[in-house]
Design a protein around this ligand. Structure first.
Ligand SMILES: Nc1ncnc2c1ncn2[C@@H]1O[C@H](COP(=O)(O)OP(=O)(O)OP(=O)(O)O)[C@@H](O)[C@H]1O
Ligand SMILES: [Mg+2]
Length: 387
């Protein structure tokens, strides 16, 4: 017996390209929904591979391994962008279900084509020009302050150079890139939007990314963002418009600047689950990982309602340590009311590597923030070796 709403178990076998922490949390959500997962990652025993129990060890750009994964699964997806989109486009054309569509991934994974897509759709972003090779005169003519961004392969701020004046030109990235206006921002916001296979969208409350003063390092995340209801609403509308312009299924993280003059500009789009949505596991009715699976499986999207204020910090590997992780201050952190610790199971730490995260729920967002700051100074991930 079978009908549209009758499924033999497992509900689906899901292929995940990328075995990092995002994949790991996706596998955990998939298991709850009665799905099984196969992970493709070059490192045996990857964070996602450990929990799925099925990993293909291989490169994200290897056409044979991508084919093996996609052809053995009902639906495939990814937790990173720097993967072989050409092969995935071929596999999709052959009738395999891959979401978000690799055609859209290909446009997003190149920051230049991503910016063009947004500009063509009328999405406000910082003005930009293409910069095939860095050129001092061209930079000066465009005008400082500016931000140079590598077209491909950047993440966690690698591949981004902020330049205040011509004196900074020496720090240019010697790769095909774009340059864009430096945006004086009062806040950086992120908005997660899920888009179903039928085009339905559901948007989470905007969150605020708080950076360390003077540095580009994400310090902590506050949810919901401390902005007026008007700005929160405008951010949601802009995020939905951006995701509709992508015309693909899955969850998308939309990073934006709230300028000093109160305007919203989209910084970038991630066609996947996002670091700014980790709090949804404890704080929202449907977390971002389950939501993504619902979207790519063609199931109804869940409620994005947030049930409690939350603060989130990343647990980064200590600056001066590597090797087998050594975790300090776990008991002291867990003793704080409202704290949830997530460790990603990475076999080795490296300076500033994302090793885990902590979400703190509290009826009062300021109190959640203070607790998260306390945990940041208490829960230390060091390692057995010096780098
Ligand atoms: N045009 C800009 N004006 C001002 N600051 C910027 C601009 N573009 C980027 N930045 C700063 O640099 C950070 C990283 O840039 P971006 O998000 O584009 O790169 P990324 O490598 O994809 O980073 P991540 O993986 O951390 O999201 C931004 O969060 C912001 O703080
Ligand atoms: Mg970013």
């Amino acid at each position: 017996m079978s009908s549209a709403d009758t499924h033999p178990y497992p509900i689906a076998r899901i292929g995940i390209i990328g075995g990092g922490q995002l994949g790991r949390m996706m596998v955990q959500a998939a298991h709850r929904l009665g799905c099984t997962c196969v992970v493709l990652d070059p490192t045996p025993g990857s964070p996602a591979g450990q929990v799925s129990g099925h990993q293909i060890v291989g490169d994200f750009h290897d056409p044979a391994r991508l084919r093996e994964l996609v052809e053995s699964c009902d639906v495939s997806t990814f937790d990173i962008e720097d993967i072989g989109s050409d092969t995935l486009i071929e596999l999709e054309a052959e009738g395999n279900e891959i979401h978000p569509s690799p055609r859209v991934l290909a446009e997003i994974q190149d920051k230049l084509t991503q910016k063009r897509l947004m500009a063509n759709a009328g999405i406000p972003t910082a003005d930009f020009i293409e910069m095939p090779t860095p050129d001092a005169d061209a930079f000066a003519e465009f005008g400082y302050p500016l931000v140079q961004k590598a077209r491909r392969g950047g993440y966690d701020g690698r591949g981004v150079a902020v330049m205040k004046s011509p004196n900074d030109f020496g720090r240019n990235l010697p790769v095909p890139s774009l340059i864009e206006r430096f945006v004086p921002a009062s806040k950086e916001l992120a908005v997660l939007v899920a888009r179903g296979r039928n085009g339905e969208t559901r948007c989470y409350p905007p969150v605020e990314m708080v950076f360390r003063p003077g540095e580009n390092v994400l310090d902590l995340l506050l949810a919901p963002a401390n902005v007026s209801a008007e700005i929160a609403d405008a951010a949601r509308q802009l995020a939905i418009r951006t995701v509709d312009a992508m015309n693909a299924a899955g969850i998308f993280g939309i990073e934006m600047f709230l300028t000093e003059t109160g305007d919203l500009l989209v910084n970038e789009v991630a066609p996947r689950t996002h670091n700014s949505g980790h709090h949804t596991i404890e704080a929202c009715v449907t977390d971002q990982f389950e939501q993504h699976l619902r979207a790519i499986l063609g199931l109804p999207l869940g409620s994005t309602e947030q049930l409690a204020p939350a603060a989130m910090i990343n647990l980064l590997g200590a600056a001066d340590k590597s090797g087998r992780p050594v975790i300090e201050g776990m008991a002291e952190s867990l003793a704080i009311e409202g704290v949830s610790v997530h460790l990603y199971g990475k076999a080795a730490t490296k300076p500033f590597r994302k090793m885990g995260h902590v979400t703190v729920l509290d009826a009062d967002l300021d109190a959640a923030r203070r607790k998260a700051e306390k945990v940041r100074d208490t829960l230390i991930i060091s390692g057995e070796n010096h780098p």
